[in-house]
Design a protein around this ligand. Structure first.
Ligand code: HEM
Length: 92
């Protein structure tokens, strides 16, 4: 689903969103405006399987990044929660 020609851009948008969301500088807001994640994910067909796939890949990233346990313990449930909220299609 991610734009093959702009993976670096997608990475920057997610990174800046997380920096803002967890109290860092509001670069995301300055560049993108209000997150409106539900609306922004509308064009992408996210069913439960897509959500689980996204979470599985993110869990691989956690394993690779080896963050301090407190950081992972904060981020993982946040991702789980938002990813479930972003489901916008029934399983086909
Ligand atoms: C449930 C599975 C998910 C799928 C399949 C998905 C897919 C996508 C795709 C395809 C994009 C467009 C990439 C781009 O050009 O920026 C995107 C953007 C984005 N996603 Fe997700 N996403 C998921 C979950 C999440 C979660 C859990 C978060 C936050 C915790 C998130 C935050 C964002 C943000 C901040 C953007 C950039 C929005 C913008 O400014 O345009 N996504 N996502």
């Amino acid at each position: 689903m991610y734009p093959a020609a702009d993976l670096a851009g997608a990475e920057t948008r997610l990174r800046n969103f997380l920096i803002f969301r967890f109290g860092g500088p509001p670069t995301y807001i300055e560049e993108r405006g209000h997150p409106r994640l539900g609306m922004r994910h509308g064009p992408f067909a996210i069913d439960a399987a897509a959500r689980d796939r996204w979470m599985a890949i993110m869990n691989n990233a956690f394993a690779e990044a080896a963050l301090p346990p407190a950081a992972e313990a904060t981020l993982r449930p946040f991702f789980e929660h938002v990813a479930t909220f972003l489901i916008n299609r029934k399983e086909t």
